[in-house]
Design a protein around this ligand. Structure first.
Ligand SMILES: Cc1ncc(COP(=O)(O)O)c(C=O)c1O
Length: 369
């Protein structure tokens, strides 16, 4: 079976460096925060071109703590998309704020800036821009709205580590940025992990305080916080993998470009890319009629696929009644849910395996129907 994602293959391809990093931590007698976490925070912030990185327990916690550091809470509205991982919206709710969900651009599947403008009210406090599937959102337009309407900008970079918008790395395009190191992500841990990155020292120290009970450096409680620290073992593993990230992303892009060429002319909508941006293909998502039929055909050929995401967040149990959806609904978002399919893409996918995926899909479209 060719899985749609393969964190085990990623572990194997960096096995000796990962094991050496783990042994170093195990023998250090220091398992929480300390040097391993600090040095990875510096390296990762530096990779993003930012001054500060704060390692936290997950990408979801990165979003929660970033929003809390921006003083977002009850009575505030935060604008984001419904076509995203549930985590983006769950984080807004966890702060006590109300998510206002808007539609996405029909070509790029990232937030449509015109929809943001239409959703702003006197309670709006921030925009969470999600760089979905590895494609950066239109940050110039979003930042311009933020400046004009006095809204803070949070980047949800969980799916776009290493991506670039108009030549600039994601993570430095708003007030504060949040990353996930979930194992299947472009930079994946062997467990949960996340990072908040910002140029703003005050915001970084607020997140640092919130991730550990609201303590200052002398363990005096300054406010109520949580326990959400990036694990030292995960920090060491991620630090070992970071030097390989750019090459891994280049390999993802090469696979995407083979798919693009092979599927041109088939009745599939392929991922749109802008020549000004660097899409890092966390996912390669096609759009087609009868998506479940194509997925079943691939499965019969021992090829995995997945749907990101089958139910928009505003239609999910528990969320539907807690979010605001702008007038007219979210036609692009709801139209996508039945048609999108994520094909296998990860650096360790071999050329021969890419050929098998291509052959299977071409054969599917050659079948009589
Ligand atoms: C867009 C997006 N935001 C946030 C998250 C949350 O990250 P984590 O799973 O590390 O909490 C994810 C990953 O699942 C994601 O894809």
């Amino acid at each position: 079976m060719i899985p749609w994602a393969n964190p085990l293959a990623q572990y194997r391809s960096h096995e000796s460096e990962i094991l050496a990093a783990m042994v170093r931590v195990l023998e250090s007698n220091s398992y929480i925060l300390g040097g391993e976490v600090e040095s990875f925070e510096r390296a990762f912030a530096n990779y993003c071109g930012m001054a500060h990185g704060v390692g936290v327990g997950s990408g979801t916690d990165a979003l929660i703590l970033a929003l809390r550091a921006l003083d977002i809470g009850a009575s505030d509205e935060v604008i984001t998309v419904s076509h995203t991982a549930v985590a983006t919206v769950a984080a807004i709710l966890a702060c006590g704020a109300t998510p206002v969900l808007v539609d996405v651009d029909p070509a790029y599947y990232t937030v449509d800036p015109a929809c943001i403008e239409a959703a702003i009210t006197s309670r709006s406090k921030a925009i969470v821009a999600v760089h979905l599937y590895g494609q950066p959102a239109d940050m110039d337009a979003i930042a311009a709205i933020g400046r004009r309407r006095g809204l803070r900008i949070v980047e949800d970079c969980a799916q776009a580590t290493g991506g670039r918008y108009r030549g600039r790395r994601v993570g430095g395009l708003g007030d504060i940025a949040c990353f996930s190191f979930y194992p299947t992500k472009n930079l994946g841990a062997i467990g949960d992990g996340g990072m908040v990155v910002t140029a703003d020292e005050a915001l970084a120290s607020r997140v640092r305080r919130l991730r550990q009970y609201g303590w200052d450096e002398s363990r005096n409680t300054l406010e109520i916080g949580v326990n959400s620290r990036l694990d030292s073992l995960q920090a060491a593993i991620l630090h070992a993998k970071l030097p390989h990230l750019d090459a891994d992303n280049v390999r993802r892009a090469a696979i995407a470009s083979r798919y693009d060429r092979a599927f041109a002319g088939l009745p599939l909508t392929l991922p749109a890319t802008s020549s000004e941006d660097t899409h890092v293909y966390h996912l390669y998502v096609v759009r087609c009629e009868q998506r479940d039929r194509l997925s079943a055909h691939l499965a019969a050929d021992q090829i995995g696929s997945a749907v990101h995401y089958p139910v928009p967040v505003h239609q999910q149990h528990g969320y539907a009644e807690r979010v605001i959806v702008t007038d007219g609904g979210l036609p692009v978002t709801t139209g996508l849910a039945d048609q999108i399919l994520s094909l296998p893409i990860y650096p360790e996918l071999s050329d021969a395996e890419v050929d098998l995926v291509i052959t299977s899909i071409r054969r599917y479209y050659a079948l009589p129907r």
